[in-house]
Ligand binder design. Sequence first.
Ligand SMILES: [Zn+2]
Length: 69
Amino acid sequence: MAQQPKQAAPCPICGKPAKAAYEPFCSKRCADVDLHRWMNDAYAIAGEPVDEESLSSLSGETGWGTAKH
Ligand SMILES: [Zn+2]
């Protein structure tokens, strides 16, 4: 058996071999993707979801359709 270098773990985002500079990802792009996913998860837990009801009540307060001629 030939000696094998330490096998780089595949990028968790796209599955390509990871690069040391971006470990455990293969590129900055994939690292950013993972970061955004993580942040979105954090927001989903910490922040309140914006539901359609609150959106429609907001637009109702702006007086859409009440303009006079
Ligand atoms: Zn990748």
